[in-house]
Design a protein around this ligand. Structure first.
Ligand SMILES: Nc1ncnc2c1ncn2[C@@H]1O[C@H](COP(=O)(O)OP(=O)(O)OP(=O)(O)O)[C@@H](O)[C@H]1O
Ligand SMILES: [Mg+2]
Length: 276
């Protein structure tokens, strides 16, 4: 029988590694009565900046919790870098170390210094004893100082976290997440309460880190304009449903989900929605 010779390696693997997050028909509930999210489909390309916007209570934070395994969907499938997120799963727990999660509350240790907070990002990769004693190798301290400078906090390494301004706290949280050497950054409204200038400084910082580290950033935003300015794709969530997935192409806003809405219709839909 004639054997088929494979002259070239199949290209599937190259194509398939492009997607870092895949959600198919995901629904989830906190009380098994009401859905916090319902029938969500989402596909995120590696290395991109993906934004999620929507009104308060629409399910944005829940979406991030599904991606880092803090919540398990009641139905549907989710893959994060080809693994099913679940914090009780040993294999996923290992991978979780490479997911930099910045919660809406930032999660800084108030009485620890800026440098100590940043170093916490290194804990997962250090051994058990080092973690307990919080003894950090010199190269980790060097790295923390490098990140401290990168986020514009040089000279403030010994300041306690509670003494920092809102923008400075966010910079610490970003540096701590980058200290993890993440492949994915999940950031929940970290620029929402900031003035426009500081918000843009922080977004530029993340864009810069993305270029250097091939990071996929998935960020919840309050402001759709800012989201469109920085993200490749913006998912609009309304009452637990993903109603749009938009992005800027040239000087138009394109809807990638249905593909049949004009820029005016998209903006009108969003602004009507935000007035309610
Ligand atoms: N721990 C919880 N227990 C029960 N219900 C919850 C819990 N956390 C969130 N919910 C509910 O799930 C829904 C989605 O909440 P979520 O926090 O994801 O919204 P959000 O879009 O992030 O809102 P915000 O913009 O105010 O942060 C809301 O109806 C909320 O009340
Ligand atoms: Mg939230």
């Amino acid at each position: 029988m004639k054997q088929i010779q494979m002259t070239k390696k199949p290209s599937f693997s190259l194509i398939s590694t492009k997607k870092i997050i895949q959600m198919n028909n995901i629904s989830t509930s906190y009380d098994s009565k009401n859905f916090a999210l319902e029938k969500i489909n989402m596909s995120i390309d590696r290395g991109t900046n993906y934004a999620v916007v929507g009104q308060s209570g629409s399910g944005k934070s829940t979406l991030l919790k599904l991606m880092n395994g803090m919540m398990i969907p009641s139905s549907g499938t989710i893959k994060v870098d080809y693994m099913t997120p679940n914090i009780n799963d040993k294999k996923f727990k290992k991978m979780m170390h490479t997911i930099g999660y910045i919660p809406q509350s930032l999660g800084l240790v108030k009485n620890s210094t800026v440098l100590e907070n940043i170093l916490l990002g290194a804990l997962p990769r250090l051994g058990f004893v080092a973690s307990i004693l919080k003894k950090f190798p010199a190269e980790e301290i060097e790295e923390a100082k490098r990140l401290l400078n990168l986020v514009g906090l040089s000279g403030k390494e010994n300041r306690k976290a509670y003494m920092l301004s809102g923008g400075e706290k966010r910079r610490v949280a970003i540096a701590r997440a980058l200290m993890q050497k993440p492949t994915i950054l999940l950031a929940d409204e970290i620029v929402s309460e900031l003035d426009h200038v500081t918000a843009r400084e922080i977004m530029d910082l993340i864009a810069d880190a993305q270029k250097k580290m091939n990071l996929t950033a998935i960020m919840v935003h309050h402001d759709i304009q800012l989201a469109l300015e920085y993200a490749n794709r913006v998912a609009v969530i309304k009452e637990g449903h993903k109603i749009l997935e938009i992005g800027v192409e040239g000087d138009a806003i394109v809807d990638f989900q249905t593909g049949d809405m004009t820029t005016e219709e998209i903006m009108e839909m969003y602004s009507d929605d935000s007035k309610k």
